[in-house]
Design a protein around this ligand. Structure first.
Ligand code: SF4
Length: 179
């Protein structure tokens, strides 16, 4: 019987598990290290749409100190950024510009919807409105949603930490209740 089959009665049938040979180079480990580096140095795009952007600016100031998480380097060019924080109301006029900025960002890249407007249109989602897009996920692949009107800076920091978990699979802090 060869290694790639199993014997059932008198029959040899192909094994669902192929014999595994050990690779010389473990790219998975390299990927893991690179992703830990990426998750600890997220570079957001300098970009705001409405009131939630004021909270985002406050998060970057000394009191909340985003640099503790390596995410304080707001880039003026989309080509240098890997995180788009959609902070504020998305008007239909702005939508093509936001999509262009997203397309210009380097890969891999992530999107955070910050505040109720960016999640679902917020207080502007009512019958008959014609000028507002009902959430960033209508045209962007959103990775993290941070609710609130507006969300506090601590909520944005929590969103950054959750995104770190998503990018690297590594938890900065473990919840003692779930350990
Ligand atoms: S969610 Fe609230 S605070 Fe944020 S942009 Fe919309 S209206 Fe302004």
């Amino acid at each position: 019987m060869d290694q790639g089959s199993i014997q059932v009665g008198t029959q040899n049938i192909p094994s669902p598990v192929e014999p595994v040979s050990s690779p010389l180079v473990h790219f998975a480990i390299a990927d893991k290290l690179i992703n830990i580096g990426r998750s600890n140095s997220l570079w957001p795009l300098t970009f705001g749409l409405a009131c939630c952007a004021i909270e985002m600016m406050a998060t970057g100031c000394a009191r909340f100190d985003m640099s503790r998480f390596g995410a304080e380097v707001f880039r003026p060019s989309a080509r240098q950024a890997d995180l788009m924080i959609v902070a504020g109301t998305i008007s239909k006029k702005m939508q093509p510009g936001i999509k262009t900025l997203y397309d210009q960002m380097s890969e891999p890249k992530w999107v955070m919807a910050l505040g109720n407007c960016a999640i679902s249109g917020g207080p502007f989602a009512f019958e008959g409105q014609y000028g507002i897009v009902l959430g960033a996920d209508q045209f962007l692949p959103v990775d993290i949603y941070v609710p609130g009107c507006p969300p506090r800076p601590e909520a944005l920091l929590q969103g950054i930490i959750e995104l770190e978990h998503k990018v690297s699979g590594w938890k900065r802090w473990k919840n003692p209740e779930t350990v």
